[in-house]
Ligand binder design. Structure first.
Ligand code: ADP
Ligand code: MG
Length: 210
């Protein structure tokens, strides 16, 4: 996978987040402040612009720029969290012009650690971690088991989606939704849902470019 691939991933994230922004905002209206769709739409639109202005030659450089842009443009909790994650993934990929799925899997793990460090959320706290952690674990296992890249990404995207669905029954213990206490139960977490869209975008771009 080269910089073009990762540019296409960010482009697909921008497209799908834009398409699903009302849905994400509705989820955030139920347990937050109804801005998640707009936050991410604004953030990924800015990423698209930043990448159009300077097209980085290395995947790591590209994702670092994307992360920096998100942090700059999105004020909510999700901006710094996704932004730091992308920056750490970018740093972990380094200056290589091509990366393997095993390298991406290891880098995504570093991104997950960044989210956990910054947000101090555990599994089961009803946050993006509940989608990102199972996606990373599933991808890592698939790579170790020698499963073909496309199938590995499909499994990872399924795990993220299942993780997002599993947040419905959880009580939020981090972020704005935690203010609701037990009343946060019964709603799907917006951040876990957008994580599923982002990992789904990775799967779709890989399917298209293979
Ligand atoms: P804000 O909550 O500031 O309005 P957003 O609405 O954009 O920001 O994002 C909300 C999402 O951010 C939540 O659904 C949750 O997944 C995620 N989130 C909030 N706080 C944390 C945290 N401490 N750790 C991990 N994820 C978090
Ligand atoms: Mg919000």
């Amino acid at each position: 996978m080269d910089a073009r691939f990762f540019g296409a991933w960010m482009e697909e994230c921008a497209r799908v987040v834009h398409e699903q922004r009302d849905y994400l905002t509705r989820l955030d209206a139920a347990i937050g402040d109804a801005d998640h769709g707009n936050n991410l739409d604004r953030g990924f639109t800015a990423i698209r612009q930043a990448l159009a202005e300077s097209s980085p030659a290395a995947p790591g450089e590209l994702l670092t720029l994307a992360g920096t842009t998100l942090i700059r443009k999105v004020g909510g909790a999700s901006g710094p969290l996704y932004g730091s994650a992308l920056r750490q993934v970018g740093k972990a990929l380094g200056a290589a012009e091509r990366v393997t799925l095993a390298e991406l899997s290891a880098a995504l793990e570093v991104g997950l650690q960044a989210v956990r460090r910054l947000g101090s959320a555990e599994l089961g706290d009803k946050t993006m971690v509940d989608a990102l952690a199972p996606a990373c674990a599933t991808l890592s296992r698939a790579v170790t088991d020698g499963i073909k890249p496309l199938e590995a990404l499909r499994l990872a995207a399924d795990a993220a989606e299942q993780g997002a669905k599993d947040t419905v029954s959880m009580q939020a213990r981090k972020g704005r939704a935690s203010y609701l206490g037990p009343r946060s139960i019964g709603h799907q977490d917006p951040g876990a849902t957008s994580t599923a869209l982002i990992i789904g975008a990775l799967r779709d771009v890989a399917a298209r470019s293979s």
